[in-house]
Design a protein around this ligand. Structure first.
Ligand SMILES: Cc1cc2nc3c(=O)[nH]c(=O)nc-3n(C[C@H](O)[C@H](O)[C@H](O)COP(=O)(O)OP(=O)(O)OC[C@H]3O[C@@H](n4cnc5c(N)ncnc54)[C@H](O)[C@@H]3O)c2cc1C
Length: 321
């Protein structure tokens, strides 16, 4: 690992100034993503600014919604979140292992980076050239996206749940505070624009805000993975429904593991609007959720996996009192 300076400020302003003033300086929170990336050579830094002593801990729950500070680690166990925003609590609990969840922070989670074919190999072997599956990025990738180009897929469980609930990322930088909806926070990176988000260098996530809604209260997170725990998603569905009797007044569906960003399944939401939540309507919505998918031969299985996961998530919500 390349040598770097380490600073641990206690004021937000100091942290902002250090990172903004140094091109390769980076914030570090729990370090569960960044340390791996530094070790593998995927990331380089000249200066790590540890933000864990900043006053960014706390969870406010009001009638309007939830405000979750960037370093708050207790959200999944909060009864008010479990009742009013089950999709968020379920997504947090579906991530990683208890040890990693105790270190990881919500701000860092949203910036953990895309899952790529090289990542696993990079961490395990320190070799970026080899792909553990034997596939190359040109020939398609078993875990790759079905809606975007490139090989990277979005893998934050929390981020997928937030995209479904129209959450907002609050960031502080040299230009003051900015509020970015999660659905507009990410972008698909390209060789000339490698950044994965619209956050500027030196901007610090201070909080995440989730608006209250009837749909948020009837929501669920379904993560499909290769083993029952301690595994990243292969695909996932965050679903939220507002029902009047058995008729859908509004719905929110977001998918993970299908694109370089958390993917909002708007066609499926339109299919559900105003309809009775029958098996036929659920199946039509699931079909709409995968419309426009462009899988490679290696990951065509994800289309059917997503379709079935959407059906399961909607049936779960339909059956909830
Ligand atoms: C073995 C393993 C399994 C995992 N499994 C899952 C899983 O199943 N699901 C899942 O969703 N995640 C999973 N993760 C990812 C994990 O959730 C993230 O590593 C973690 O959430 C990152 O949080 P952190 O505080 O450790 O971030 P760090 O590693 O400290 O930082 C990550 C990135 O965010 C930046 N950063 C951190 N905080 C801020 C801030 N407030 N403002 C601006 N920039 C910031 C850092 O500069 C860095 O670029 C797994 C990780 C590991 C190592």
């Amino acid at each position: 690992m390349q040598p770097f300076r380490y600073t641990r400020p206690i004021q937000v302003q100091d942290a902002l100034e250090i990172v903004a003033g140094e091109e390769d300086a980076a914030f570090i929170a729990g370090g569960t993503a960044l340390v791996n990336q530094l070790r593998s050579g995927e990331r380089r830094t000249t200066h790590l600014v540890d933000i864990t002593d900043l006053p960014l801990v706390g969870l406010e729950v009001t009638r309007q919604g939830v405000r979750l500070s960037a370093l708050e680690r207790g959200t999944a166990g909060d009864e008010r979140v479990r009742a009013g925003y089950p999709v968020v609590a379920e997504a947090l609990l579906a991530g990683a292992s208890p040890q990693i969840r105790n270190m990881a922070t919500p701000g860092g989670n949203l910036l953990q980076g895309l899952r790529t074919p090289f990542y696993r190999e990079a961490v395990l072997e320190g070799q970026r050239e080899q792909v553990s599956t034997g596939e190359t990025s040109d020939s398609g990738y078993r875990y790759g996206p079905i809606f975007s180009t490139g090989t990277g897929v979005y893998g934050s469980d929390l981020g997928v749940s937030l995209a479904a609930l129209d959450a907002v990322v609050v960031a502080e930088g040299a230009g003051g505070e900015r509020r970015l909806p999660v659905t507009e926070f990410y972008r698909e990176p390209s060789p000339d624009k490698p950044r994965e988000t619209f956050l500027e260098h030196g901007e610090l996530i201070t909080a995440i805000e989730i608006p209250a809604s009837p749909a948020a209260a009837r929501s669920t997170y379904l993560k499909v993975r290769e083993r029952a725990s301690y595994a990243y998603l292969v695909v996932s569905v965050a679903a939220a429904l507002e029902l009047e009797g058995d008729t859908v007044r509004s719905s929110r569906l977001a998918l993970g593991g299908v694109a370089a960003v958390p993917w909002r399944a708007e066609a499926a939401e339109r299919t559900l609007a105003g309809q009775r939540l029958s098996r036929d309507v659920i199946e039509a919505a699931a079909q709409a959720a995968v419309s426009g998918a462009r899988p490679s031969p290696q990951n065509a299985y994800k289309v059917e996996l997503v379709r079935r996961a959407v059906i399961r998530a909607l049936e779960t919500l339909g059956g909830r009192a």
